[in-house]
Design a protein around this ligand. Structure first.
Ligand SMILES: Nc1nc2c(ncn2[C@@H]2O[C@H](COP(=O)(O)OP(=O)(O)OP(=O)(O)O)[C@@H](O)[C@H]2O)c(=O)[nH]1
Length: 231
């Protein structure tokens, strides 16, 4: 099972932002999910896999500091077959593994691509971190930043690179808004002010099909990726 695949720290690689590899084959679209601890990154990954797995060939890379908890959760929930889930133990601040020394993550992604070819989508989940966690463009093609309403409705106003620059901002746990006194309209206004035209989606992953709008956003990117590869 891929959880046991040893991920070492080789030399740094990078990948092209284009869907075609040097040998002319299409590589998978790489989507990074980052955000603060407990905001709902693993729940989003699980829901995306359940929604998209019939239509697309998917794999997941998780990052935890010392454990493999997120991957173990995804395995327990059977969101994908075990060979499609790989855990990277970052051993240090998750920032480093997704932004600075991305080699362990790249090795994990490339191993999945080789063994499961052809893959359409690789979801790379960062370990929970603070508001500054962003992915290297050498690791992912698009990134999603996940925050939640229970951490305070002033989070979008505070900004930070994840909130201002991520390709998609998810504001999760809207079901908790009435219980924690979060004002969703203020959050939406602040996010708009920080992000301009970049999209923001409010989700509650406890509701049926709460991930639908996000799955549609990923599907649009996948469709565009395939079209680009076909040109
Ligand atoms: N009420 C509510 N709970 C949610 C929602 N989404 C996730 N949760 C719960 O919030 C907790 C944290 O969710 P995770 O998906 O593990 O969060 P994470 O961002 O992956 O956490 P780390 O990997 O530890 O940073 C879990 O108990 C989830 O069941 C939501 O929309 N509403």
């Amino acid at each position: 099972m891929h959880l046991d695949h040893p991920v070492t720290m080789p030399q740094r690689h990078t990948h092209s932002a284009e869907p075609l590899s040097a040998d002319g084959t299409r590589r998978a679209l790489r989507v990074g999910l980052g955000g603060p601890v407990g905001s709902g990154k693993t729940a989003s990954v699980a829901a995306l896999c359940r929604t998209l797995r019939e239509s697309w060939s998917i794999a997941v890379v998780t990052n935890d500091i010392y454990t493999r908890e997120d991957a173990e959760y995804l395995l327990r929930e059977a969101v994908l077959p075990p060979e499609r889930i790989t855990a990277v133990e970052t051993g240090a601040c998750p920032h480093t593994a997704i932004r600075d020394d991305i080699s362990a993550n790249l090795e994990a992604v490339e191993h999945l691509e080789e063994t499961l070819h052809p893959l359409d989508l690789v979801l790379v989940e960062s370990g929970g971190d603070n508001l500054t966690a962003t992915f290297s463009k050498g690791l992912v093609d698009v990134q999603v930043f996940v925050i939640d309403v229970s951490s305070g409705d002033d989070i979008p106003r505070k900004g930070g690179p994840g909130i201002t620059t991520a390709d998609l901002l998810l504001v999760n746990k809207t079901d908790l808004a009435p219980h924690v006194g979060a004002d969703l309209a203020t959050m939406a206004d602040d996010a708009k002010r920080q992000r301009g035209d970049l999209p923001v989606i409010f989700t509650s992953l406890t509701s049926d099909d709460g991930i639908r709008e996000v799955a549609d956003w990923v599907t649009a990117h996948l469709t565009e990726w395939h079209a680009k590869a076909a040109v």
